[in-house]
Design a protein around this ligand. Structure first.
Ligand SMILES: Nc1ncnc2c1ncn2[C@@H]1O[C@H](COP(=O)(O)OP(=O)(O)OP(=O)(O)O)[C@@H](O)[C@H]1O
Length: 735
């Protein structure tokens, strides 16, 4: 008969299902198993545990392809065009302003591509506003079923502060770009002046010599305008690409260290939409709106000054359009402002629904659940498209009303011109110039007002991007002791920890524990007693709902921040392991970027993986994983995860990884590997097999989220309590 004190290596038998955690397939609510669905690939590495609670420095290698590809290194693929040229234009409309039944050409991309095209002198881009059903900037649920709410959205103040930081070192280029745009706008006024003078010369039957300077003015202004426009475009592109690149980089970095709870609640689709679609939206709007706004504002000011210089009555006539324009703008802002946030949120919901369906594809196929999921995606899509349609309607009304204002102003100018010419107070040339000045205002006024739309959209997108960073660990923290036991060497201290998932009931009810450096703690208990939750809280991948978990006084959640001194102090290995596309060596170097081959081989040997690794066709350079690589078994993947921990070399290791059938060779091998990994470190081991608890310094027995027993394994067995019963049951199973 095997003695109960057998070492893990001797522990051949099966742990009764009722005594210990279930086999993986049965694990009903495994924390790490849920993480990947809610975490971007690289982040899921953290969460799911090969999961270096702090491996973000390397995790970029595993960042979602679309995220890394869009990253600042490459920048948005399309350099911003010269803003004015890029601004799409709306059709001149009947002053009634009712929308044609404009259907977004590409509803899937989230932006009504159906922005109407221009007529000569047409209004600027029909705003792509998305009127919401109710004027609330609060995010709506990500899931069309309405379960979780999305990630947070930053306030105006938080967004502005972040933008200032991102603009650091770029203010000079920004001002130079604006100056070039201002000059460009001034030059655009040369046209009406020249044409007015030409008209007057023709009316006065003057010789061709009178046309020289107006024609020269036109030509000179055209050349100079091309140069200033080019300069503005280049400078603005530099600023915009840099700033949006920084914002995106920050958002991705923050996403990688977001607490798992936050990502699970917010939805991966929303996260991806923020770091890709929203940054593109900000980039596009910034490159267009900034330049357009400055150019339009100056053109308007100059034209009004020009009208007044011709005759003050021209200016007064032109200003008659202003009240109508102001009213239109006010109406539009009130209508559309709250809608952008809701529209973007609906897009996030659509992305989440799609991503959810794709990630669950094998299950959906196996269980023939496709139609149900399809209906869900369709509902999310309809929701997002409804915003698009309503946005297009609001936009066309907006431009229709602006057209009415222009009609009013131009009529007044022409009446004034008629009267002034008739009474001899102005000549035909001046009247022509005045009419052209005013007609030249159509575009700038519409651009100026339409820019509010772009700015609003960009602001909504920016607030969402910055929102991603709000829940990330504070960059200033991570090394600063702030919790109980704030002295180096105090180890892991857990105080009054409670935890709940979302709005559910507490699953941990006030846990306290102290784990001195170098000590080994085993956590045992039945399925659902809270072992994995406690492990995740200790590793810092989930923040506790109440209480604190610290390592030498520093909250363990802060230690996950990339680049922090502490980002490699704790590693978590869970039951879910991720193989990143690439070679075996790539997968190992996630934990230690510059590690030589010899170090990788030593780590593999320590976890019992040397033989199969050496047998791979190209050794460490063998491509593994999905996408054409050699598929590794669950055990091999698990060994890789443990080898990564050795390479990471953390002070504290949290193991919640045993999935192998107790008593099997695999289980014995993994037990030995786990022992090697915990050697010389502070260790928390969720003991799915009691063989893992036998070698611990302290055993914690959990029941229903509470610690019911704690002590040395032999003491607890002798005490005849819960642990002794578990042990008896386990030992019986081994006989
Ligand atoms: N992501 C989650 N969302 C909601 N509830 C969860 C989640 N993860 C765990 N729970 C619940 O929290 C409680 C504790 O679960 P936990 O996984 O921590 O227990 P455990 O002892 O580790 O179980 P096991 O041994 O099966 O892994 C259970 O009631 C479980 O249903």
């Amino acid at each position: 008969m095997t003695t109960p004190d057998a070492t893990p290596g001797d522990a051949p038998t099966h742990v009764p299902a009722d005594a210990l955690a279930d086999a993986p397939g049965d694990a009903p609510a495994d924390v790490s198993a849920q993480a990947p669905a809610g975490v971007p690939a690289a982040a899921s590495a953290d969460a799911s545990g090969d999961a270096l609670a702090g491996a973000p420095a390397d995790s970029s290698a595993g960042a979602p392809a679309d995220v890394s590809r869009d990253g600042p290194a490459d920048g948005p693929t399309r350099a911003p065009d010269r803003p004015r040229a890029e601004t799409p234009v709306a059709p001149r409309q009947d002053p009634s302003g009712e929308a044609p039944d404009s259907t977004p050409a590409d509803a899937s991309c989230g932006t009504p591509a159906g922005a109407p095209t221009a007529a000569p002198g047409g209004a600027p881009a029909a705003p792509r506003a998305v009127p919401p059903p109710e004027p609330s900037p609060e995010p709506s649920p990500a899931d069309p079923d309405g379960a979780p709410s999305l990630l947070p959205v930053a306030t105006g103040r938080q967004t502005r502060a972040r933008l200032r930081v991102a603009l650091r070192g770029r203010w000079g280029a920004l001002w130079a770009a604006l100056a070039a745009l201002v000059l460009d706008s001034c030059l655009s006024l040369a046209g009406p002046v020249a044409i007015g003078r030409i008209t007057q010369a023709v009316t006065d039957h003057r010789g061709s010599g009178a046309l020289v300077w107006p024609v020269g003015l036109l030509a000179g202004a055209a050349v100079a305008g091309a140069l200033t426009g080019w300069a503005a475009t280049v400078l603005l592109a530099r600023v915009v690409l840099t700033v949006t690149g920084r914002l995106r980089e920050d958002a991705v970095a923050a996403a990688l260290v977001l607490p798992v709870d936050t990502v699970e609640t917010g939805g991966t689709g929303d996260l991806v939409a923020r770091v890709s679609g929203d940054t593109d939206r900000v980039s596009e709007a910034a490159s267009g709106a900034l330049g357009d706004f400055a150019a339009a504002a100056l053109t308007i000011l100059a034209a009004l000054a020009g009208l007044a210089a011709l005759d003050w009555r021209f200016a007064v006539a032109g200003l008659l359009a202003v009240p109508l324009q102001a009213y239109t703008l006010r109406w539009y802002l009130r209508t559309s402002r709250p809608l952008y946030a809701a529209g973007r949120t609906a897009e996030g919901g659509r992305a989440s629904a799609l991503l959810g369906a794709f990630t669950a594809l094998p299950t959906l196929r196996a269980l023939r659940l496709g139609p149900g999921r399809h209906a869900r995606v369709a509902a999310a899509s309809r929701d997002a498209m409804a915003y698009e349609f309503r946005a297009a309607r609001a936009a066309t009304r907006f431009y229709g009303r602006l057209n009415l204002a222009e009609f009013t102003g131009l009529s007044a100018i022409l009446l004034a011109a008629w009267w002034l010419v008739r009474t001899g107070r102005a000549d035909i040339g001046a009247a022509t110039t005045a009419a052209l000045f005013f007609a030249g205002l159509f575009d700038p006024v519409n651009i100026l007002l339409g820019t509010f739309d772009s700015v609003q959209r960009a602001a909504a997108a920016l607030a969402r991007i910055v929102g991603v960073t709000l829940h990330a660990p504070d960059p200033a923290r991570g090394t600063r002791p702030s919790g109980p036991g704030s002295r180096p060497g105090t180890g892991v201290v857990v105080r009054g920890v409670r935890h709940r998932y979302g709005d559910g009931p507490d699953v941990l009810h006030g846990i306290d524990l102290d784990l001195r450096p170098g000590r080994r703690l085993a956590v045992v208990g039945a399925t659902g007693s809270g072992k994995s939750t406690l492990a995740a809280l200790i590793a810092g991948t989930r923040p506790p709902s109440a209480g604190s978990v610290t390592l030498d006084g520093v909250p363990t959640g802060d230690l996950a921040r990339p680049g922090a001194d502490g980002d490699r102090r704790i590693a978590l290995v869970t039951q879910e392991h991720h193989l990143f596309p690439g070679t075996l060596a790539d997968n190992l170097r996630l934990a230690s970027r510059g590690a030589p081959d010899s170090a990788l081989e030593a780590a593999l040997a320590a976890v019992g993986a040397a033989d199969w690794a050496a047998a791979l066709p190209d050794g460490l350079d063998t491509v593994v994983g999905r996408g054409g690589g050699i598929r590794l078994t669950a055990r091999q993947t698990q060994q890789l995860a443990l080898a990564r921990v050795l390479l990471l070399d953390p002070e504290v290791v949290v193991l919640d990884e045993a999935t192998a059938e107790a008593g099997s060779d695999t289980a014995r091998g993994l037990d030995r590997a786990a022992l090697a990994v915990t050697e010389g470190r502070t260790a928390v081991v969720v003991a799915h097999r009691l063989s893992q608890a036998a070698t611990a310094d302290t055993v914690l027995v959990m029941e229903d989220g509470r610690v019911t027993e704690r002590g040395r394994p032999d003491e607890l067995r002798a005490a005849g309590g819960a642990y002794a019963r578990l042990w008896e049951s386990w030992a019986r199973g081994r006989r």
